[in-house]
Design a protein around this ligand. Structure first.
Ligand code: SF4
Ligand code: SF4
Length: 176
């Protein structure tokens, strides 16, 4: 039995083990805490605020043409910036917050050179790391007029602030 487990472990690429462990930890936290967190009025209101901020960022990304440019870059120029290793910036707690939003965490990495969370239709997470929320490659920075760039930074900044406040509140809640 033990040999089987060890064989199975050996089949999982070394690079995937850390994130798989964190995904398991997130599920282990979700089981006892998921419902309790949603029932807590303070956490629940922070979740709703974050949801609104994420929606505002997504709308701005769409309206300013970022989504279309990234889709084109990914499909026609092979230039996705969601590279392997970025998934290791994600803690079990941040993954737990994604589970609270009903997201399904992947079991496998789809492409060896891509982030574990990159799916066929883009990122499978709703609540993302600062690095993922505010990254704009040089090409996009040059493409956007400066007033749109400032406006986008303001909107994504609000998403990051709301995400940080929720993260700290969940950490404190579970710690208690
Ligand atoms: S941010 Fe830049 S490099 Fe990344 S997918 Fe978008 S256009 Fe491509
Ligand atoms: S946006 Fe999503 S898929 Fe892309 S690097 Fe960040 S977590 Fe990974």
């Amino acid at each position: 039995m033990r040999a089987n487990l060890e064989e199975k472990q050996a089949e999982i690429p070394l690079t995937d083990r850390l994130i798989r462990k964190r995904i398991t930890e997130a599920h282990d936290l979700y089981a006892p805490w998921g419902e309790t967190l949603w029932m807590d009025p303070h956490i629940s209101s922070l979740l709703k605020i974050l949801e609104l901020k994420i929606a505002a960022s997504a709308k701005a990304m769409h309206d300013f043409g970022i989504l279309a440019a990234c889709r084109r870059c990914d499909r026609e120029e092979g230039g996705s910036c969601c590279g392997a290793g970025i998934e290791n910036k994600y803690t079990p707690l941040l993954l737990l917050i994604n589970l609270l939003f009903g997201k399904t965490l992947p079991k496998e990495r789809l492409w060896p050179s891509s982030c574990f969370f990159l799916s066929e239709v883009g990122c499978c997470l709703k609540v993302r790391q600062v690095l993922c929320v505010n990254y704009l490659c040089l090409k996009l920075q040059k493409l956007l007029p400066s007033d749109e760039l400032a406006s986008l930074q303001q909107i994504t900044g609000e998403e990051m602030d709301a995400g940080f406040i929720l993260y700290e509140a969940v950490k404190k809640f579970i710690g208690n």
